[in-house]
Write a protein that binds this ligand. Structure first.
Ligand SMILES: [Zn+2]
Length: 322
């Protein structure tokens, strides 16, 4: 009995909301819309019974005075009053989309983090299951599938530190395009960068690793160099960058140069993060590399930069809250 009453009340609220929406739309179509809300935070209207209905806009879109977006505003109109009149129907489930809270907790960044969480993107052999994703995490504990090679490698049109053709001039298409924009942004700020090393095939990582072991020893090699299959360069999403001001070397000195500082400050705007941060060897597995940048997309990169987390921390399920 109670729930029926609640349902009826809700129907009334929905109907009256629809009528209000209709009236508003008609007003807009006639070109008579007036700015009721100079702050642009949403229109309000007094109903006959004295309740106030709020027409809220989506977060992130400014107040819209053009009249073009009113249909989206009307979609939320019923929810403001619903919560007040709906106390008796808490047991109903079929109307859950209409519950009084109205608030959607959707967070697109958290969704992306959740999809790419470390714990759900790895198989029992420690091979990643999302090799082709822009958010794939490869490190000393996480391998790419055997023989993995991206199928969209291209050569970004940026200055390199060498002239000859080479596989390391390549990156995946989306990362390459972002790199071009990054270099253009740097140039506009009077910053001269050089691309040094991008894509690295499994086979080439084998020879680099073996050569490092031979010349620098196993322990040192494991701190600075990846076991084949576990190098981020093999994803086609990472590239080492330096500057003529430091002789295009890949050393810590680049981090203190004005070019290295520009890169740390602006990389995220172009979808890149400084992958191996200072003092984070315990979580990333690598010493500080101010020259190694990794593409993950602009929205995530900006969020990562803001968080100050390494990618290992950022994509750890423990830090993802939906
Ligand atoms: Zn690198």
């Amino acid at each position: 009995m109670k729930s029926r009453t609640g349902r009826q009340r809700r129907m009334v609220v929905m109907l009256s909301s629809l009528m209000i929406c209709g009236a508003l739309l008609a007003a807009c179509q006639n070109g008579t819309e007036e700015s009721q809300d100079p702050n642009g935070t949403g229109n309000t209207q007094q109903e006959s019974d004295g309740t106030t209905v709020h027409f809220t806009e989506d977060k992130g879109t400014d107040g819209d005075n053009t009249g073009g977006d009113d249909t989206s505003a009307s979609g939320n109109s019923g929810e403001g009053t619903d919560s007040e009149s709906d106390n008796g129907s808490s047991g109903e489930e079929q109307d859950s989309s209409d519950d009084g809270n109205g608030a959607t907790t959707e967070d697109p960044l958290m969704e992306k983090r959740s999809i790419s969480a470390l714990q759900t993107t790895i198989d029992a052999q420690s091979v990643v299951t999302n090799a082709e994703s822009m958010t794939v995490i490869v490190n000393k504990q996480r391998s790419l599938p055997e023989g993995y090679e991206p199928d969209d490698l291209v050569e970004p049109n940026v200055p390199f530190s060498f002239d000859e053709p080479h596989e390391k001039r390549h990156m995946r298409k989306e990362a390459a395009e972002a790199l071009e924009k990054l270099f253009a942004g740097a140039k506009a700020d009077g910053i001269e960068l050089r691309a040094v090393s991008g894509y690295r095939s499994y086979q080439r990582q084998v020879s680099i690793y073996n050569n490092n072991v031979k010349t620098k020893g196993q322990e040192y090699t494991d701190r600075v160099s990846s076991v084949p299959g576990r190098s981020e360069h093999q994803t086609g999403l990472a590239i080492d960058v330096s500057s003529p001001s430091v002789g295009n070397v890949l050393e810590e000195v680049f981090g203190t140069s004005k070019e290295g500082q520009w890169l740390a400050e602006h990389a995220a705007e172009y979808g890149y993060v400084i992958r191996y941060l200072q003092g984070e060897e315990d979580t990333t597995g690598y010493v500080y590399e101010p020259w190694h940048i990794r593409y993950i997309g602009t929205d995530l990169a900006l969020d990562v930069a803001k968080s100050g987390l390494t990618l290992e921390e950022y994509f750890d399920e423990a830090n993802i809250k939906l």
